[in-house]
Design a protein around this ligand. Structure first.
Ligand code: SF4
Length: 374
């Protein structure tokens, strides 16, 4: 085993084994990994680097789970707990934009137009399933052109429990009420022992995969994530990606893989710290090389920071996510990034990385109006 052998495999279009991926994680040769990952990214997506104009909404931070790594959640009645009404959610979505947390960007510089809303939140102890159906329905009524990407597999599991419906029926009802696609959160790390340490109340990895398979089977596209940089080993990361690759082989329902860098502030994970830039770039590059059946690898700039996310575009990533506006979850855990970016800032980051900015919709179709759009 050596990096030359892996290089030959990559260049001849062969799939990497779990041993290959583990070897790469243990190697310090990030330049070779980056170069190879960039070759694969360009084979799949040309020089395109995608972004979207989107909004994040977190309807509540009240959560019955209280995962140890989660700095966002609160218990009901606890200081800082909040819950938004459907009316408040729609009011937020109709607002032209908010000021970036540290940027001083004037709200008038933030584009009022967006094409996707990303909705995830806590598992509220009292809200019935009908509340979520009504939320989707009301958003679609108020903003019919907006794509709704909502609910992690963890939330879907919870909805199935509180509604008494099967997974397929829960997902179908949500889809019929307006759910267009799902994000990939809640996967964390599938290894049961690590999962038990960082989020003992959360559904097991097997259940997460089952829910994603059910979503794909009812025609709902999703993303997939992996939270790294806490208590897991490289082997756990590779196993996690192997399970995703296997499911993708069966369903083809994942749109993008998003490695999520752990943020330690206000969490209960003792001894954990921020990830290093090297680890971030290596994880992006290896995921691009290993997940040959994923079309897109996303460098989520909120978690990586603007500069590492930009570098990640040269290490295999082809998507930066979007304008976001009002990110709460990672910022509760000490994110050092802004909580909003303008379209112009995203275009600039991408161009400076030598890539072609492509403003996309939620299914990676390009939308018009972006410089250099293919
Ligand atoms: S990670 Fe999700 S499920 Fe866990 S406590 Fe936070 S909001 Fe709740």
């Amino acid at each position: 085993m050596g990096i030359n052998k892996i290089e030959r495999k990559v260049l001849s279009g062969h799939c990497l084994s779990t041993d290959d991926a583990l070897f790469l994680f243990q190697s310090d040769d990030i330049f070779t990994m980056g170069r190879l990952a960039n070759i694969i990214a360009e084979k799949k997506n040309g020089k395109n680097a995608y972004f979207i104009q989107n909004r994040h909404i977190n309807p509540t931070n009240i959560c019955v789970n209280r995962c140890k790594f989660c700095a966002f959640s609160r218990s009901k009645g606890e200081k800082g707990a909040y819950e938004l009404s459907i009316k408040e959610i729609i009011k937020k979505l109709k607002r032209p934009g908010v000021r970036g947390q540290r940027s001083g960007i004037k709200s008038t510089h933030l584009s009022p137009s967006f094409s996707e809303v990303h909705i995830v939140g806590g598992l509220h102890p009292d809200w019935p399933f009908d509340f979520y159906l009504e939320m989707l329905w009301q958003i679609k009524k108020a903003l019919p052109h907006i794509h709704i990407k909502a609910f992690t597999a963890v939330e879907i599991d919870y909805f199935s429990k509180i509604s008494g419906l099967s997974l397929a029926d829960t997902l179908s009802e949500l889809r019929d009420a307006g759910l267009d696609s799902m994000p990939g959160g809640g996967a964390e790390i599938f290894d049961a022992r690590v999962r038990n340490k960082i989020c003992p109340e959360k559904i097991p990895g097997k259940r997460w995969l089952k829910i994603m398979e059910a979503a794909h089977n009812v025609g709902i596209k999703t993303n997939a994530t992996m939270l790294y940089g806490h208590l897991e080993t490289f082997k756990h990361r590779v196993e996690h990606m192997r399970k995703l690759r296997e499911l993708q082989d069966r369903t083809g329902g994942f749109q993008a893989f998003i490695p999520l860098a752990f943020h330690p502030l206000n969490t209960k994970i003792e001894g954990a710290s921020y990830t290093s830039g090297i680890d971030d770039l290596k994880t992006i590059a290896i995921s691009r090389l290993f997940l040959d059946n994923f079309q897109h690898i996303k460098a989520y700039w909120i978690m990586l920071g603007e500069k590492i996310a930009q570098l990640a575009l040269m290490f295999g990533a082809d998507d930066l996510d979007g304008t976001i506006i009002e990110e709460k979850i990672t910022h509760s855990a000490g994110a050092l990034s802004e909580n909003a970016m303008t379209r112009a800032q995203l275009v600039n980051l991408i161009e400076k990385a030598g890539k072609v900015p492509v403003e996309r919709d939620s299914f990676y179709n390009s939308v018009h109006g972006c410089p250099n759009i293919k």
